[in-house]
Design a protein around this ligand. Sequence first.
Ligand SMILES: [Zn+2]
Length: 496
Amino acid sequence: MKLEKRFREIIKKMKAYRYALSLIGWDSNTEAPRNTFKRRSKMTAYLSKELFKLQTSKEYQDIVYNLYDKYDELDDLLQREIKKAKRNLEKIINIPEEEFLEYTKLINDSQIIWEDAKANNDFESFKDNLEKIVKYNKKFALYYDKLANPYDTLLEDFEEGMTTKEYDFFFESLKHDLVPFVKEILKKTNNNYEELRSANFPKTGQKQFSEYLLEVFDFNKKSGLIKESVHPFTWNTSPEDVRFTTKYMENYIFSSIYSTIHELGHATYEQQISTSYNDTLLNGGTSMGIHESQSRFYENNIGRSLAFWETHFDKFKEIFPEQVKNYKPIDMFKASNNVEASLIRIEADELTYPLHIMVRYDIERMLFNNEIEVKDLPKVWNDKIEEYLSVRPKNDTEGVLQDVHWSSGMLGYFPTYALGSAYSAQIYYQMKKELDIEKLIKTNKINEINKWLKDKLHKYGSSKTPKELMELITKEKFNPKYYIRYLKEKYSKIYN
Ligand SMILES: [Zn+2]
């Protein structure tokens, strides 16, 4: 009992540091003026150092290992917490301090080098850094587990329980069933709606519609707020404080609408987690994949549905009477589900999106299996994109250099994006058995959908694994067939 009490005290202290660091992070990403940068990095470096000391202290290590020794005597929640604590600890303490510092510097330097390389279409200038990043990641993964495939260790970091074995099966199914379907759709035309998609929608009106969306999705404004940033994101410290950003582009209305709804999905998940986990390691969403399943569910299954536009077109037209005078709800529905073989992942539509992820997964897997080298990436990238989408990048800026992830050391992260969409399709079919989703959207009762998700998923925070949650909600194991079925049903209808 004494051990447990001390464990709890240290966790609370860690949380206090993280709380301060998070708030500073939110501020620096939204409002802080430019010149605050230097002083802020000094202050945060000090706080981070203190947090690091606490996280790796001898006392904390002893407590975690002692509690782990008594694993069977602990209750379920504490068992899960200790397992997490042990993993987090071993991810850090097994790395020699010198190498850890070198790696931190490498990642810091790589940001600017990647940005410049991307701006100048110059893969050569980024190649050496990327090679080092891959090497360090392999090495660190082996420090953690010298017997496992390093890529499996990294995949597991971002999505508990997922390794190449599961992902191979998932992506093979997509390759087999989805690639031919996408190629067929790409041959058809959807009238494109180019005019509507690129029409001018003043920012003030877009902001007004975003505010309206917060009401439609029943977002709790007493425990959250919305701001603007270049890359939309959701931020939280506890269910009582969940903030997110959106992005307004005057010549692309769908950017703000779907950024707002996407982040509302992340934010609603965080707001609906039980506050009883606040002072534990079981707070927050359980994994990247499950988090993304929620944002994509709100964005695609609700926001990009015909029912959604039939219900909210009047409000939209009230704000933008001129821009949409020649359109009906069905046009908004079709225009927001336009399929295109684009080269850029973040601009890709719902149907082609997983193929962009597949390219990245194939490449990471081959890199870690030593089947290719970093210097081969530009060519391998372009070949893969062409294989799946029948288009070929003209340069590396719109090819291998487009994403920030690898330069920040996030290897093994990409697959969770596609996995999230697949989870959401499986959850959608289960929800359909229990709720009349279309009717709820049409009668403006999205709060009923929120409630269902809270009871089945959100309230648990990280107290259950992604696999446990999927089985609890859908009464079966994760199965990619639902995702393929969902995409085929939806896009066959839109494209006849
Ligand atoms: Zn997201």
